[in-house]
Design a protein around this ligand. Sequence first.
Ligand SMILES: *[C@@H]1O[C@H](CO)[C@@H](O)[C@H](O)[C@H]1NC(C)=O
Ligand SMILES: *[C@@H]1O[C@H](CO)[C@@H](O)[C@H](O)[C@H]1NC(C)=O
Ligand SMILES: *[C@@H]1O[C@H](CO)[C@@H](O)[C@H](O)[C@H]1NC(C)=O
Length: 317
Amino acid sequence: MAWSRLIFSLLVSVSIVCAVSKGASSNVKSVQVVAEAAIASPFTPNGIKAGISAGNAYYVVKDHIGWWYDCKTNPGKPIAVPMLWGAGKADSGDAKRLADFKSKVANSTPPYFLGFEEPDCKSGSGSAGMTMDDAVDLWNNWVAPMGKRGTLLGSPSMCKQADEDWLTPFGQRTNFNWNFTNIHINKNSMAGVKKDIDYYYKKYQKPIWVSEFACVNDYWQFTPSSNQTEINIFINQIVDLFEADSRIYAYAYSNGYGLGNVWPMWKNGTLSESGRTYLNAISNTPEAHHHVEPTSNVESGGVYRSLSFYWSPTIRL
Ligand SMILES: *[C@@H]1O[C@H](CO)[C@@H](O)[C@H](O)[C@H]1NC(C)=O
Ligand SMILES: *[C@@H]1O[C@H](CO)[C@@H](O)[C@H](O)[C@H]1NC(C)=O
Ligand SMILES: *[C@@H]1O[C@H](CO)[C@@H](O)[C@H](O)[C@H]1NC(C)=O
């Protein structure tokens, strides 16, 4: 983790995953896990760790995931986890998300909520790039009250992965009052993946959600893999690792710009080979023999589940 490497990765290692999210609107339904084998922890949504971040694959994989999100404040689909992306200053989409959060979500009590998208890197390429003051102010005045009412709060995610130097000063000004540490992993080996998990678990000692992961060579540069064989092996290994690691309560496959042509789950109107590999891997997990069924029950009572609206799916988040 040479400093030079860090500088370089600041230029290129931005998270791009919240870049695209399309999808037709759907009926708003809640979900119920139908199975005894589901993971019982309240930190694992619907009893299934596996999820996806953004992208068009939602309708194809929805029966095999416990959760998904697309970086919006108010995603509106079943099992969606809302998120406050940034301080409203990065671009017009960011401003709209902040306004929607304040008017439509901040007074609700969703089961889970994800904090800011990579505030530790410059905005403009998929990271929120927030000042510490803005982040602390929004958290303490708007996000923490949701936590006090019972929402499980995910920390802001860090662009710099295990090289981050942002979350501790943020925690000192917010009483470390997130419930689970929300991390991004862009690596191409299980040794690298474990290093990131070990870092966050030792440092913050909280349950972990991996809200973005992708097969990326992040050594010196940020180079997404374009080798389908390597990607398939990586997907199978990382799903096994996440399932077996009791520190991990949820994980989500990244979809979006900047991850090359082979990694994204959706291609040309259908699941890509990478998407099929992920679907197959998560269909074989210990908890996968049960299924999630839409029901008319309202699971959370959270206001956000009854709202369904979208802005342009082509907006770069
Ligand atoms: C979530 O964090 C808040 C604030 O730190 C805490 O009061 C609450 O007990 C936590 N909830 C769980 C389930 O750990
Ligand atoms: C692709 O990845 C596989 C598995 O790591 C490796 O054996 C193979 O040599 C790679 N192919 C290329 C062209 O690098
Ligand atoms: C995309 O799908 C269409 C229709 O199924 C097919 O004709 C076309 O060849 C596909 N393109 C690629 C790049 O796979």
